[in-house]
Design a protein around this ligand. Structure first.
Ligand code: DHE
Length: 521
């Protein structure tokens, strides 16, 4: 009887107690957050707050950001205005899906574009005194800025605010004058390096993976997770068209894992996260028609091929791809599927783009990060080496036979790998290791042995890029109070240190536009 009475009281109290316990997160969001993050949480001045965009932010960090704000950004601290319960409620609510799901159509893309008037009238020479081909573009993730560094004197020429959370390598036009940055929130920024100004911006999607610039500098292609599309722009960032990332019958849609330019083929190559297909989209006006998946013109009773130019040429695969890399002749794609569970094995494969099928399995262990793989000449062949996000070792594969030639031990799993044609070493980090994230390992490219290390004890050291001539290697001290550290690439002595805010990546104009074998493309 007593128990029944308590239950009854509990039931009667429940609505009141719940109202006390659960702050109204949507109302709090509308009041405090929507003006910057958008009514639909799709972003505005602040980043998008959608489950897809927040995959990499732990809820505890979201709570801390709401309470304390974000240094050197527009995000204020709400710790004095909101109770701890309100902050907890807000932080958990932003991980819930927005219903109905936010949309981002071609109309939205076009409406988002902003461009500088008369950008084409700006001088066609650098405003600054330094070798424009030996310039470094450094993305500082800590306070969302970009620094331009003179690669001869190692001095900052200019520093400017970027969009929130740039990701992936910025991409350059073939003359090295313009660079395109992509943000995880889907913004593409075109920047004139010679005149130090943003010339155009557009939002390609709500959650973007990366972008590619065509080898002729005429097109920019963006790969999106949300919506499930690719968006193609001209060099002024006007939308040319978008592509739904679906099966040929349009029934199943996929996130787009990544897009890269295959300049010698005059095409973009696209990997789909959820569909076992590899796409090739040619930007060659003379491209041959596409005969696969013939479209039937039922009125005429005829099968017609689709146009090759900007048409989707599909190669069926056994597994979808997350991440990939080309051989030097761009005949093969070397792709990896990341395991869905920590214990699962990655599968990696070689796909021939001409005969359009898988030709070999790639014997890579762990969780290869092929996008950061590099190649070099070894004995009478060429080898590929890929960092591994899970295992302590770099797998080296003979690109003639697709067989392993070595596994080089490193002190822990790493993200990036770099070298230069004129350097005998390949450098890799172990930034995913709690104990060895402070160590860069140098591998002798001839003996395939680890021969030296460079350390910043207790701090994260990662991501290398060489100067144009390969004499210096620039590494990131990947901390909020971090630095760009310049090493002599032969003696490994530190030459200079420039303070920077978590410099996540750095890109040398010449190495990028010449597609140096030691860097990412
Ligand atoms: Fe990246 C490049 C995918 C997490 C920093 N990363 C890339 C590219 C892909 C990719 C496909 C190549 C794009 C290009 O250059 O056009 N990254 C992924 C993931 O799938 C992963 C593991 C999970 C995710 O959250 O997307 C991932 N990446 C990270 C990070 O956590 C890093 C370390 C920090 C950050 O800023 O997000 C990170 N990724 C980078 C960097 C590059 C990159 C610095 C450019 C490398 C280069 O030198 O070209």
């Amino acid at each position: 009887m007593a128990r029944l009475g308590l239950a009854l009281i509990g039931a009667l109290l429940a609505p009141w107690a719940l109202a006390q316990a659960l702050p109204d997160a949507p109302a709090l969001f509308r009041q405090h957050c929507a003006s910057c993050h958008g009514d639909q949480r799709t972003g505005g001045m602040g980043p998008a707050l959608l489950p897809d965009s927040l995959e990499r932010l732990r809820p505890a960090d979201a709570q801390r950001t709401i309470a304390q704000g974000r240094a050197a950004t527009q995000m204020p601290a709400f710790g004095a205005q909101l109770t701890a319960d309100e902050i907890t409620a807000l932080a958990s609510w932003i991980y819930q899906p927005v219903l109905p799901a936010p949309r981002w159509t071609e109309v939205d893309i076009r409406a988002s574009r902003v461009a500088l008037d008369r950008a084409d009238a700006l001088p066609a020479r650098p405003l600054w005194q330094a070798d424009p081909m030996n310039l470094f573009v450094v993305v500082e993730g800590g306070d969302h800025h970009v620094s331009l560094v003179d690669g001869d004197r190692f001095e900052v020429i200019h520093r400017f605010a970027s969009r929130y959370a740039l990701h992936g390598g910025p991409k350059f036009t073939p003359d090295g004058r313009y660079v395109f940055f992509g943000s995880r929130d889907g913004w593409i920024t075109k920047y004139d390096l010679w005149n130090l100004t943003v010339v155009a911006e557009v939002r390609a999607g709500l959650n973007m993976r990366n972008l590619a610039v065509s080898g002729d500098g005429r097109y920019v292609m963006a790969a999106n997770y949300l919506p499930r599309t690719l968006a193609l722009f001209d060099a002024q960032l006007n939308l040319v068209r978008s592509f739904e990332a679906t099966t040929l019958d349009g029934q199943t849609a996929s996130r787009v894992s990544a897009v890269y330019d295959a300049a010698p083929r005059r095409s973009f190559i696209v990997a789909l996260k959820d569909l076992p297909e590899l796409w090739e989209i040619s930007y060659d006006p003379q491209a041959a028609p596409i005969y696969d998946g013939l479209v039937h013109d039922y009125k005429m009773g005829e099968a017609i091929a689709r146009p090759g130019f900007l048409g989707v040429r599909r190669t069926p695969l056994d597994e979808p791809l997350d991440d990939f890399f080309f051989d030097q002749r761009y005949r093969h794609v070397l792709g990896a599927t990341r395991p869905k569970t920590a214990t699962g094995a990655a599968t990696a494969q070689v796909v021939n783009l001409d005969i359009r099928r898988k030709v070999a399995d790639l014997p890579l262990a762990g969780m290869p990060h092929l996008g950061s793989g590099i190649t070099w000449a070894w004995k009478d062949t060429t080898v590929l080496a890929s960092p591994n996000l899970k295992g302590s070792g770099v797998d080296v594969i003979d690109m003639a036979t697709w067989k392993p030639v070595a596994t080089i031990a490193t002190p822990g799993p790493g993200f990036f790998m770099r070298s230069h044609e004129s350097s005998r070493y390949a450098w890799t980090d172990s930034m995913m290791s709690p104990t060895a994230r402070d160590t860069l390992t140098l591998i002798d490219k001839a003996t395939l042995q680890p021969v030296a290390t460079v350390r910043e004890p207790g701090r994260t050291l990662a991501h290398i890029e060489f100067t144009r001539d390969g004499r210096y290697a620039l590494a990131s001290l990947w901390e909020m109070d971090g630095a760009l550290i310049v090493y002599d690439a032969a003696t490994l002595k530190e030459v200079k240190r420039l303070p920077m805010s978590k410099p996540v990546g750095k890109y040398n104009v010449w190495n990028k536009i010449s597609r140096s074998e030691g860097t990412s493309h």
